[in-house]
Design a binder for this molecule. Sequence first.
Ligand SMILES: [Zn+2]
Ligand SMILES: [Zn+2]
Length: 126
Amino acid sequence: MRMTKQRRFILDLLTQTHQPKSAEMIHAELPDDSMNLSTVYRTLDAFFIEGLVSKSTMKNTTFYYINHHDHHHYMICLGCQKMYEIDCHLDSIADHVASEHHFKITHHDMTVYGYCQDCQANHIQH
Ligand SMILES: [Zn+2]
Ligand SMILES: [Zn+2]
């Protein structure tokens, strides 16, 4: 993939933050208007296919974050949208499934959804 100045900027932005960011948030932080929102979306999609970023979707908004080698995933509260970092335990399971199906895994993506303690009272029992 061609690494233009803008693509490099987006990648740096995500590398420097611990906060997952939506395309809109990234677009708002661009230094100039050389990239429109749909280009930001396309760039993030390309990063995802390359395995450079992971994503979590929350109420129709997709948040992107860097896919470090020693990466983690997110657990998101559907009530207040608070995000918790969780360790990845998927690699050993994925390797097992992959060898069964002769599948070559490049990367993976996982998000856990639910309700935090504060939101459980409001959302679980009705
Ligand atoms: Zn909550
Ligand atoms: Zn993982």
